[in-house]
Design a protein around this ligand. Structure first.
Ligand SMILES: [Fe+2]
Ligand SMILES: [Fe+2]
Length: 257
């Protein structure tokens, strides 16, 4: 079983990159299941129903979100209507949608859990408690459990991975838009990488027009962020999972231009 996890898809350019390239990546690498973080898929962050459907139509099996989950209000309705998209599990229980999903692929039940960090982000319930409880609850009904931990601090991401080592199949980070080179298997068998990176305009600051970003830092004057243009790149990881024991044999970084 090969699972592709795609990092934060930024705007229409990022979506177009996925829509045009995913079928080739699936064929070239023999991908069976695709998870993609879509919290920045639409202009101004968040995700519209149109973008979510386009991503699903081109081969994304599960869309995960993050701190921008509800920038587009229709995301909540979409999730409540059963669309395969999840928001962080540690959001308040009144929030629309679910924090995990279980889908079947090649006779395996694949669970995906989304969680949001607390360091340098708005106050929210403990991702450690929420993910551990969910992992325990679904352990008998899922063969594979993949966690997208949408968080800022590298320490918080590493700590969650160690906390879950042996309990879940893999923990990958999203949100920083910068791919880290620390992919590894922890002693208990859980695969981990701090951040899988972004998918969108390459000559940019995390997807944003570089001149606007530079100007904000240089002048300290607020200027509205605008998406960058030009060539895109796609970042992510491929998890190669043993069909016998459901453990990751290999975690591999992917960066496609
Ligand atoms: Fe993001
Ligand atoms: Fe984010």
């Amino acid at each position: 079983m090969k699972i592709l996890c795609i990092g934060d898809i930024v705007g229409t350019p990022g979506c177009e990159m996925v829509i045009s390239q995913l079928k080739y990546i699936i064929a070239d690498y023999g991908i069976d299941f695709v998870i993609a973080n879509g919290e920045n898929a639409s202009t101004g962050n968040g995700i519209t129903a149109e973008k979510a459907h386009k991503l699903a139509d081109c081969g994304v099996d599960v869309i995960t979100l993050g701190n921008h989950s509800f920038n587009k209000a229709e995301a909540g309705q979409l999730m409540n209507n059963g669309f395969p998209m999840i928001r962080p599990i540690n959001y308040p229980p009144q929030t629309p949608g679910n924090g995990f999903i279980i889908k079947e692929c090649k006779n395996k039940k694949i669970a995906v859990i989304n969680a949001l960090g607390r360091v340098y982000l708005n106050p929210i319930d403990s991702p450690f408690d929420a993910v551990m409880k969910c992992a325990n609850d679904i352990s008998s009904s899922a063969d594979i459990i993949i966690v997208d931990f949408h968080a800022e601090a590298t320490s918080e991401k590493a700590a969650l991975a160690w906390y879950l080592d042996g309990k879940v199949t893999a923990v990958f980070g999203t949100h920083t838009h910068v791919q880290t080179a620390d992919e590894r298997l922890l002693p208990g068998g859980t695969a981990f990488i701090t951040d899988i990176g972004m998918t969108g305009p390459y000559n940019s600051v995390l997807g944003v027009d570089k001149d606007i970003s530079v100007s904000r830092f240089v002048t300290l004057m607020s200027k509205r962020y605008v998406l960058a243009e030009g060539n895109c790149f796609l970042c992510g990881i491929i998890l190669d999972i043993d069909d016998e024991n459901n453990k990751v044999k290999k975690i591999e970084r992917l960066k496609i231009f």
